[in-house]
Design a protein around this ligand. Sequence first.
Ligand code: 5RP
Length: 220
Amino acid sequence: MTADEKKKLAAYAALEYVEAGSVIGVGTGSTVNHFIDAIAEKMKGSVEAAVSSSEASSKRMKQHGIPVIDLNSAGELSIYVDGADESNHHLHLIKGGGGALTREKIVAAASKTFVCIADDTKLVDVLGEFPLPVEVIPMARSLVTRELVKLGGQPVWRENFVTDNGNIILDVHNLQIMDPLKLETQINQMAGVVTVGIFAHRPADILLLGGEDGVKAVKA
Ligand code: 5RP
């Protein structure tokens, strides 16, 4: 079974958590693309609207005829469905491989339940093998790079990439994230950082992992 087939399994399993008539939060990435397609195939008309975490997901939902609304007119969302680059067993995540981490963190914060969907290779004991994305205001790129080096990381500028918010991404290699809560706070406090891709203060509530034997639900 390919990683994409596993992602698709997890994405379709997430439909169980979607209440008819609700406004849902929708993340970004290849796993979420399967979820958007699943909503269109199985639940179109019964989802009132979606709040999107990226231009890419908005475009895909609009193509399917799923109404996309602004978070400011939505209030609290019942559910947020998104993928991840890594999850530990506490459901602390690394996100931002697709560069949509800031809006993803906002929509996750506005949601009652965060359902994370992924293939089973994403579950790890210690976060950090996947380079940690950090969204940075462009003029602070060198400053933040120096600060991240002081933490023991090796930041690499994701060249030719601009986020939906007009900022840049630094991917930080060589981190072993033993205390995700502390590191999330530490990096978020650096001047010029918009968002760090550690989701520990607002972790996922449920992790649906697609694998050879079907979908496994993990709770913290
Ligand atoms: C985008 C993300 C994605 O959820 C993450 O990169 C996982 O992507 P994929 O579903 O393609 O494996 O955080 O910013």
